[in-house]
Design a protein around this ligand. Structure first.
Ligand SMILES: [Zn+2]
Ligand SMILES: [Zn+2]
Length: 169
C-alpha cells in the first residue's frame, strides 16, 4: 500500500499526516488532488464553530484533481475533474423520488466525511465527479491576462447546512 499525505484539522491544530492511498470501490474513482480551495465553512469548522462538522475533520470540498484509476466508470486516467461535494445516499425516500438534494442521510465530501480533497489522493463515487473545463480569462484591468481558471463548484455561505426546504436560487 502506497503512503500519501492528508490534512487533518484538530481543535487548535492543523496537521499533515501520513495515510494509506485509498482503494476505489466498484463505482468509485481514485483521484489525485491538483488544487483544493479553503472555503469560509472550513474556517468555521477549524474554529469548532460549524454545526455539522465536528473536529477532528478531513477538509477539502472545493477540489480539482486528475483521475488516477477508475475501472468500470466513464472516466479514464489523466482526465481532470471537479468534485460535487454533496453525497446523497440514493436509497432513502427523498433520493428514490428524485429529490436527492433533500436526502435524509446527506453527507458532504470534505465536511465531516471520511475523506476530503486536502490529501494527495481520495476516492469518490464516479457520479460525483465532473469534467474540469479550464478556461482562459482575460481581464487586463484586474489580472496580467490569460490566467487559467477552473470551474470548481462554489456555493454561498451556509451552503453546507442540511437543506430542510427546496433549494433556493
Ligand atoms: Zn465551501
Ligand atoms: Zn438519500
Amino acid at each position: 500500500m502506497t503512503v500519501m499525505r492528508r490534512v487533518v484539522v484538530y481543535p487548535g491544530r492543523i496537521a499533515v499526516e501520513a495515510a494509506d492511498v485509498p482503494a476505489p470501490g466498484p463505482d468509485e474513482a481514485l483521484v489525485r488532488t491538483l488544487v483544493a480551495g479553503v472555503c469560509g465553512s472550513d474556517l468555521h469548522a477549524a474554529h469548532g464553530r460549524h454545526p455539522f462538522v465536528p473536529l477532528p475533520y478531513r477538509p477539502g470540498h472545493e477540489v480539482v484533481g486528475v483521475i488516477e484509476e477508475a475501472a468500470g466508470s466513464r472516466w479514464a486516467p489523466g482526465q481532470r475533474v471537479i468534485v460535487e461535494p454533496d453525497l446523497p445516499c440514493w436509497t432513502c425516500k427523498m433520493c428514490t423520488s428524485g429529490r436527492e438534494n433533500l436526502c435524509e442521510n446527506l453527507q458532504f465530501f470534505g465536511c465531516g466525511y471520511a475523506q476530503g480533497g486536502m490529501a494527495d489522493y481520495f476516492t469518490l463515487a464516479a457520479n460525483r465527479l465532473h469534467p474540469e473545463r479550464a478556461r482562459k480569462r482575460r481581464r487586463e484591468d484586474e489580472h496580467q491576462g490569460g490566467e487559467e481558471e477552473a470551474d470548481a463548484p462554489v456555493h454561498p455561505p451556509g451552503g453546507h447546512q442540511r437543506r430542510r426546504g427546496p433549494r433556493k436560487t
